[in-house]
Ligand binder design. Sequence first.
Ligand code: ZN
Ligand code: FE
Length: 275
Amino acid sequence: MLRRFVPFDTGCKPYHSRPMGALEIVLLPCLADNYCVLLHDHGSGQTAAIDAPHAATITAALNERGWRLNHIFITHHHTDHTAGIAELKRHYGASVTGPGAEAERIPDLTREVTASSSLEFAGHPIKVLETPGHTLGHITYYWPDDALAFTGDTLFSLGCGRIFEGDAETMWDSLSKIAALPGDTRIYCGHEYTLSNGRFALVVEPENEALEARVAEVERLRSEGKPTLPTTIDQEKETNPFLRPQSRTIRARLGLEGALDLEVFARLRQLKNKA
Ligand code: ZN
Ligand code: FE
């Protein structure tokens, strides 16, 4: 079924690149299904990367635009988000910000952050949300003035990350923090998993019309080789089963009508692991 879709483009061409005030955003496919996001502030000429899956892909995208990399922001320690750090740091002298709680597992950090750190990039304020569960130190970068959030492998479009290091409660708390951001916040996550997430979502909540429409859109985008990101908080609240444990349809499907939201979430995550 998946095979009729255009395979993921592992080249350095960005799927889209749009000017947004002074900030230009490039969503860059890396490796099999990872994303790096490049943010270029036209006023200062500075460029930041969110995660560093693959140095050569990122360098090629920077060269194409005549940009130099000043900052790298890392969401968590997994290799598919950090493998490019050392080379990019050496090549550009970029600073590397990442979760203090995972500093031992991310050797090239130049700045360790927690929820109380105050951060900015070229005058754009950045808040750190601690969003453990996928890994224990995982962080999300929220850019309030730009209505952007980089959720790594915590919140995906129509899904959420696997719980490798935390438990269901930890992950649910983290997703709840992200869900509390303003509805128009644009979400960039670490992987292009939206289509397979969408198929699972339709199984557990088949009567959700917004979800049906979103999956149709996602199928079209992927068949054209385009990304399904960014999404928004509002869109995810309407369509992502992991943010919808209150849904009567989902509860009825799982036979968990009277359960706590956390219990519904935990069951959904278990079922998705087996899907
Ligand atoms: Zn990961
Ligand atoms: Fe990942």
